[in-house]
Design a binder for this molecule. Sequence first.
Ligand code: AQP
Length: 347
Amino acid sequence: MEIQEKSQEDTQAAIVKKNVFSGIQPTGIPTLGNYLGAMRNWPLLQEEYHCIYSVVDLHSLTVRQEPAALRKQTLSLVALLLACGIDPEKSLLFIQSHVSAHAELAWLLNCYTQFGELARMTQFKDKSAKHPDNINAGLFCYPVLMAADILLYQTDLVPVGADQKQHMELARDVAGRFNGIYGEVFRIPEPYIPKEGARVMSLQEPAKKMSKSDENPNAYILLLDDADTILRKFRRAVTDSEAEVVYREGKDGINNLITIYSIVTGKTVPEVEHEFAGKGYGDFKSAVGEAVAEALRPVRETYADLLKNKDYLAEVYTKGAEKARAIAGRTYGKACKKLGLVLPPRP
Ligand code: AQP
């Protein structure tokens, strides 16, 4: 009797478990920004939700990539996500291009997205300014592919950094528009933006977000930087001339360092201010560097072990893609049917 009740409870829990989807581009080694804003939070959701995580390689093609580097970065990112704590027994982890429904649904959704909506996207404007010689259609349609990624899995929550809020709104609008015409095909997803770390800023230009594709390597901390490099980059971080470790408007550099230190040590902002009251920026920057190096050490060590086992990595992303294909195929098939596309006979 007890067993029966327990199994009913389990079934109910399985039914109400919400779906989570998120992705990260293999455009380089992830930064501390990617880690605090996204990757670190993904494993924390595995117990409570059905989590699906993807290395979104198709997105990275919107900016020119060197083929050998892209291949290496993609595998490296699979290993890094596992090193951050994603458990393939609990979450699906796969490479986006292995599930063709992503590109296919993106095409369908392109036809339900307006030119004006995409032209307003801040990331498109920023990246067009950064790569004026390659303002390609893929860069323009990036948010539609992102909408397809999310909508294919009937996603409830999307854990992302604050920079993706605008793209999330578009995904919701496109899904709502499609559903409005054809009935309930897609679940409307919500962004899941962390309270802290949602926007880690550049160490050199603290008004700008930290990005892995920044031309200045001192602007970012990479997850695979060694402890000396991390310390050196924090010591060079741009601050201000006040020499006061307090979180206050106008102190972008110091605010960023306080936020980072507070997340990696678990201390509150007032505790951090108190700890460094009367101390100079030099001491503070060194403490932030040491705390970050220590927080990233286990990730680096586990990553190095995982990378030695390429067969295991292949097994993880192959199984992940098989399962993802089954879920994505159902949503894609439903969308095609609603649109009036003739479905091929089942094999
Ligand atoms: N600075 C940041 N602070 C907090 N979160 C961030 N994210 C990115 N930068 C920060 C979050 O990381 C996740 C994966 O991002 P992505 O690699 O898919 O794309 P991105 O947002 O364009 O990241 P980058 O580092 O700036 O890449 P590049 O330089 O290639 O464009 C997302 O959830 C993002 O919000």
